[in-house]
Design a protein around this ligand. Sequence first.
Ligand SMILES: Cc1ncc(COP(=O)(O)O)c(C=O)c1O
Length: 409
Amino acid sequence: MNTIETEDKYFIPFFNKIPISIERGEGIFVWDEDGNRYIDFTAGWGVTCIGHANPVITNAIIEQSKKIIQNPSSGLIYSPPRARLLSLMSEILPKPLSKVFFTNSGAEANDAAIKLARKVAGRTDVISTVKSFHGRTISTASATGQVKHRDKFKPIMPNYKFVPYGDIKKLKKEMDANTAAVILEPIQGEGGVNIVPDMYLKMVSEMCKKNGSYLIIDEVQTGFCRTGSMFAIDGLDLKVDFLTMAKGIGGGFPIGAFAVSEEVAQKIEKGDHGGTYCGNPLGCAVAYAVIKHLKDNKIDEYVASIGDWTLQILKQWKKDYQDIIEVVRGKGLLIAIEFFDPKQAQSVYQECQNQRLLVNITQEKVIRLFPALTITREEMKEGLDILNSVIKHQWEEYHKIKRGLGLES
Ligand SMILES: Cc1ncc(COP(=O)(O)O)c(C=O)c1O
C-alpha cells in the first residue's frame, strides 16, 4: 500500500483529505513523493514561521537531542534550555505578563488559562465570541464560538457565553459578578481573519479590569510576528492577565505556552497545573532558536512590509474581480480573500492544488493565506501569480454563465 492508501485505511477520517503526500520541504516549498514541487501558503496552518527545514531548527534539535530530550522529573527539576527560553520570552512578552508555563498545543494552553482563570477569580463564567476558535479539547471546544466545532459534543462544558466579535455593548450586557474571564483572539483566524479596531480590544481590557474579570488573549495563531509585530496586541497597552501561544513559537515543533500577569501568578498555588512535557528541554531549545531568529532578524518589520505589499496587490484583485470577491483583508501575513459564493472559493482552493499552490479555506468561502514569515517577494509573487490566474479563470467562467443566461452581452 502506498502512503495515501495506508492513511485512508488506518488514519481516523476526521479530515477532507487532499490527495497529496509530502515528503520534504525547504523554506516555503514542499515536494511530494514523486518529486513535484508545491508552494506552501499554509505554513502547516500558520506554524512553520521560519520555513520548512530551516537549519536554525534542525541544528537546535540535533544539538539539544544529543544532550537531553526530557528532563528527569520534568518540571520539578531545573533545565537550562527552559531557563534560556523563559529569559528570552521575558524580553518579548507584553507587560504585565511576567511568568510562563509550557504546553504541547494551543488548545492545552487555552484549556489551562480558562481553568486557572476560574480558579483564581473564584467565579464560574467565561465569555467568548461568535466565530472564535480556541481548540478541540472539550473545554476549548466549549469556548469556541462555532457551532460545528462545539454542539455535537453535548453536554459541553457549562458557563460559556458568546457575544458577537467586536460588539462592545453586547459584551457589557453579558458581564456580571460571575464573569471569571473573557477569552479573545486579537484577530479571529479560523473565523475568517476577522479584524477588530484596536479601540475594541482596549475597551474589553478596561471592562474586564473594572468588573474584576480576567482577560485571556489567545495569540495561538497571531503570535510570533504573524501579524507584523511579535504579538498582535503589542503597543496596545492592554491589561492582559493570560496570554496563550502555540503554532509559531516552535516553528513546526509541537510546543505551546501561556503567560500570566504577576497578579495572577501570586494567586496560583502549587498543584494547580502541571504536565509531563511542561517545557521539555528539546521543545524549549527549538522555541528559543525560533524566537531568537525572529527577533535577531527583525522578522516583525519584514512581515509588516511584505504583508502590506501583498494586501495592496489583493486590493487590486478585489477591484478587478469585484463580482466574485466580496472582500480582502489581513494584517501582516494573515490574509483572507472572501468570495461571495462558497462554490467559487471551493473551486479556487481545488484548482490552486492542481496548480501546486497550497492555500487554506475556512468558513466555507474564505481563502486564507498564511505562509512562512520568511517568504521573499519573488516567492510571494510566484504564488500570487498562480492564485491570480485561478481567480481570473473563475471570474471568466462566472461571466460566461451570465452571458449564457442572457444577463450580459
Ligand atoms: C486562535 C487559536 N487558538 C487555539 C488553537 C488550537 O491550537 P492547537 O491546534 O495547537 O491545539 C488554534 C488552532 O488553529 C487557533 O487558531
